[in-house]
Design a protein around this ligand. Structure first.
Ligand code: TRP
Length: 456
């Protein structure tokens, strides 16, 4: 493959882990996980989610990294290179196209939510959290969402930040920032967890998250858990494939994937353990409060704790940073594709994709005010629809196609060569899961989800 020589490879050992963790840990962990767990029965959802991570997420992640490293190019062209190598049908190239599309769609709403965190940085810095209770925290969140121009302003700011990094290259500024600030986010989450345990109802929060009630299990919860496993690991759309394409070939894929998966899951669970004790100790706030859950519950903690203004500002800054390093991986595949396939200039590719994402994001902005009750899109409002199409359809579909491709069509010789660091036993186990277990489970949950959506 000619692209092998031309394609840059990361030199520093930890860079893949850092970039992949930067992509994986984001709003999905801190904002989305707690709120969908809250809406779908807590422990029942968490258990499904953990099972999906282990049986589907991690094995598929190995497959996705492997595809990228073998193809050494952007998702669409990496898949093309690999299909050429194994002489399989060109139909597989849809994997790359789906991915570019999913990344773009996710970016459109991701930047609106990241806009909320930016607004909350300024509110925290102004001391706006002091003395908040359940009612006033809710009112503040509702006021922000009623203010369309504020939402658009922050969405625009966040998209500009993302474009800036992609234009100037990912490695310089952001790499250092992520290296230093992600551990800080981790520390701050621990502080927050301890404080929430102290002022909130830790027992109720923990038991909500970890006690499994069979009666809470639902078809919808199951399909959301699967979609979220893909979403939170940044799987199924080529982001991880792109990063894999920069990974040196002597690194162990399985070990690296395990580290990223564990870090990502731990951050999500910590966010849950910081948020739910507060939710249960606060009047007027409940687990099912929806997408505002984090923005309503955490300001209450910051408002009550010593140095809460500083901690609060820092926390929302760090969440913005986590979202930033994720958004980059949503934008980069589409940009890389335009450049490598159509010889776009890097700047124009960026501006084109970002403007389109901005435009589409306006639909999400409207979904939190004028269009919130609209049922125009398969019974959902615009934001819920885009979320459904990406997390519940495109990502699992992309992921399962990757698993089937790697498990059934890729040359065994290429697989062994990419996984030569792993023991025979690890290889065989992984191969069996990717070949049979993950595809069967995804298809099953997928059908169940569709059934639940349209029949229930
Ligand atoms: N994983 C990120 C989060 O949890 C979001 C994300 C970044 C993503 N890149 C992705 C999701 C690619 C799916 C596909 O916030």
């Amino acid at each position: 493959m000619k692209s092998v020589q031309k394609h840059a490879i990361w030199r520093r050992k930890g860079t893949f882990i850092l970039a992949a963790t930067g992509s994986a840990v984001g709003l999905g962990n801190i904002w989305k996980f707690p709120y969908i767990a809250g809406e779908n029965g807590g422990g029942a959802f968490v258990l499904m989610y953990l099972l999906c991570i282990c049986l589907i997420g991690l094995p598929v992640m190995v497959a996705e990294v492997l595809l990228g490293r073998r193809g050494r190019a952007n998702p669409i062209m990496a898949v093309q290179a690999v299909t050429r190598e194994s002489g399989s049908s060109r139909g597989w190239n849809v994997i790359g196209l789906f991915g570019v599309l999913a990344g773009f769609l996710i970016l459109s709403y991701y930047s609106v939510i990241a806009g909320w965190t930016l607004e909350y940085v300024t509110t925290a810095a102004r001391g706006g959290f002091v003395g908040l209770d359940g009612e006033s925290a809710k009112r503040a969140f509702e006021a922000l969402n009623a203010n369309k121009s504020a939402l658009v302003q922050w969405q625009t700011a966040f998209l500009c930040m993302t474009v800036l990094v992609i234009v100037f290259g990912v490695t310089r500024g952001l790499e250092t920032a992520v290296r230093v600030l992600m551990p800080l986010l981790f520390v701050l989450l621990v502080v927050l967890m301890v404080y929430a345990a102290y002022v909130g109802d830790f027992a109720a929060g923990a038991s909500f998250l970890f006690s499994f009630k069979f009666s809470e299990l639902s078809l919808k919860g199951l399909s959301l858990a699967l979609g979220h496993a893909f979403f939170t690991l940044s799987l199924g759309m080529g982001a991880i494939m792109t990063y894999g394409s920069y990974m040196p070939s002597h690194h162990s894929i399985v070990k690296t994937v395990l580290i990223v998966g564990i870090l990502d899951t731990v951050v999500a669970l910590m966010a849950g353990l910081a948020i739910f004790p507060i939710v249960f100790a606060t009047q007027g706030v409940s687990p099912g409060d929806g997408s505002g859950l984090m923005f309503i519950s955490l300001p209450i903690v910051f408002g009550a704790m010593p140095f809460g203004t500083i901690f609060g500002t820092l926390f929302f800054l760090l969440v913005t940073l986590a979202a930033w390093s994720s958004a980059i991986s949503l934008l980069e595949p589409a940009v890389a594709y335009l450049i490598q396939r159509f010889r776009f200039h890097r700047l124009s590719a960026n501006l084109l994709i970002a403007s389109l994402a901005w435009l589409l994001g306006l639909g999400t902005v409207m979904s939190f005010n004028d269009w919130s009750d609209s049922t125009y899109f398969l019974g959902m409002n615009f934001f819920n629809f885009i979320d459904f199409i990406t997390a519940s359809v495109l990502l699992p579909l992309g992921g399962v196609l990757m698993a089937i491709y790697v498990g059934w069509f890729m040359q065994r010789r290429s697989l062994r060569s990419e996984l030569r660091q792993e023991s025979r036993k690890t290889f065989t186990r992984w191969f069996t899961i990717v070949r049979y277990v993950s595809p069967a489970l995804v298809l099953l949950v997928f059908l169940i989800g569709l059934y639940g959506k349209f029949a229930g």
